[in-house]
Design a protein around this ligand. Structure first.
Ligand SMILES: Nc1ncnc2c1ncn2[C@@H]1O[C@H](COP(=O)(O)OP(=O)(O)OP(=O)(O)O)[C@@H](O)[C@H]1O
Ligand SMILES: [Mg+2]
Length: 294
């Protein structure tokens, strides 16, 4: 497989539905196709280390046993320190201590922290070092917020430029470059030839409503949902006893409803008898998830 331009793939969905598992599976799949792939998590409660059974953390880490695959867990505290340093370093030569202290105090705000993780995330959207960048995100609400941020920040920078000239990210003139970077990220997020947005859900009534709602919210900011993965389906041969038979029938009913009401390409993933952990299982799941493509 070959790609001309970097492709960005986002996984979103409610808590615990399998976002991290499907994002990891997808990253392994593309890396095994020979594409340079990085899996980035923006979830503050990240567990990629758990899935790949190796230490990952806030740095780009080579995944053992899968060629071409890298991963990173964005840590908001570390991202904040990096961001502050990056902002203050060029000012140290120009401003006196008093001024620097004022700026530093301004940077000690929740807004900076939010900004910093986000800035790290946008950096990956500006990367062309990889063929594929897979984003494992936090449960739905948080993701939409994260994706709305570039729009918010661009506006914030513009307004501050006309007003006080100060932002929680430092003086406006220092962040004009960032605005360009954010504008570019917004363009990429909206370009469905470059960015895929995949919702993971269970075959349940509430999940159908939630997926529709989130997908609409994304549409409002100009982002199209590209496909869905219905995860945790009970294999038919396991639905022999009355309890599982009933649950199986319930799932089939919702699967039919999904097909009818959600007009998007849909992949099905069955419930396994074990967790999705370790490269061997991830490869097996990838073969199943991407069987049409293989
Ligand atoms: N098809 C499946 N079969 C068996 N176990 C699964 C399947 N999909 C996910 N799991 C397991 O379910 C648990 C939750 O999955 P995962 O961590 O991928 O969800 P998540 O949506 O990322 O959760 P969170 O919202 O907490 O980040 C994990 O232990 C994972 O291994
Ligand atoms: Mg997760």
């Amino acid at each position: 497989m070959e790609l001309d331009e970097t492709k960005y793939i986002f996984f979103s969905g409610k808590g615990g539905v399998g976002k991290t598992s499907m994002a990891s599976t997808t990253a392994v799949y593309y890396a095994d196709q020979g594409l340079d792939t990085i899996l980035v998590t923006t979830d503050p409660a990240a567990n990629l280390s758990d899935v790949f059974q190796q230490e990952i953390g806030h740095r780009v880490t080579e995944i053992e046993g899968v060629g071409n695959l890298f991963a990173m867990e964005i840590d908001s505290k570390e991202a904040t320190e990096e961001y502050k340093e990056q902002t203050l370093a060029p000012m140290r030569e120009i401003f006196n201590d008093e001024m620097l202290q004022v700026i530093e105090e301004q940077l000690n705000s929740p807004c900076t922290e939010e900004m910093a993780s986000f800035d790290r995330f946008v950096d990956f959207m500006a990367e062309d070092q990889y063929d594929v960048v897979v984003f494992d995100t936090a449960p739905t609400g948080h993701t939409i917020r994260l994706l709305e941020l570039p729009v918010d920040w661009s506006k914030h920078i513009e307004e501050s430029a006309q007003g006080s000239g100060q932002t929680c990210m430092g003086p406006v003139q220092n962040i004009q470059d960032s605005k360009e970077k954010y504008d570019q990220a917004i363009e990429l997020l909206k370009d469905d030839t470059r960015t895929e947005f995949i919702f993971v859900m269970h075959p349940e009534g509430s999940a159908i409503r939630e997926t529709k709602r989130s997908s609409n919210e994304l549409e409002e900011i100009g982002i199209n949902t590209s496909s869905i993965i219905v995860n945790g389906i009970l294999p038919e041969e396991e639905c022999q006893n009355p309890f599982f038979k009933k649950r199986g029938e319930m799932q089939q009913k919702y699967l039919a409803q999904i097909e009818e009401e959600i007009d998007l390409p849909t992949k099905k993933m069955y419930l396994l008898d074990q967790e999705i952990k370790g490269t061997e299982i991830l490869r097996e799941v990838a073969q199943d998830l991407y069987k049409e493509e293989i």
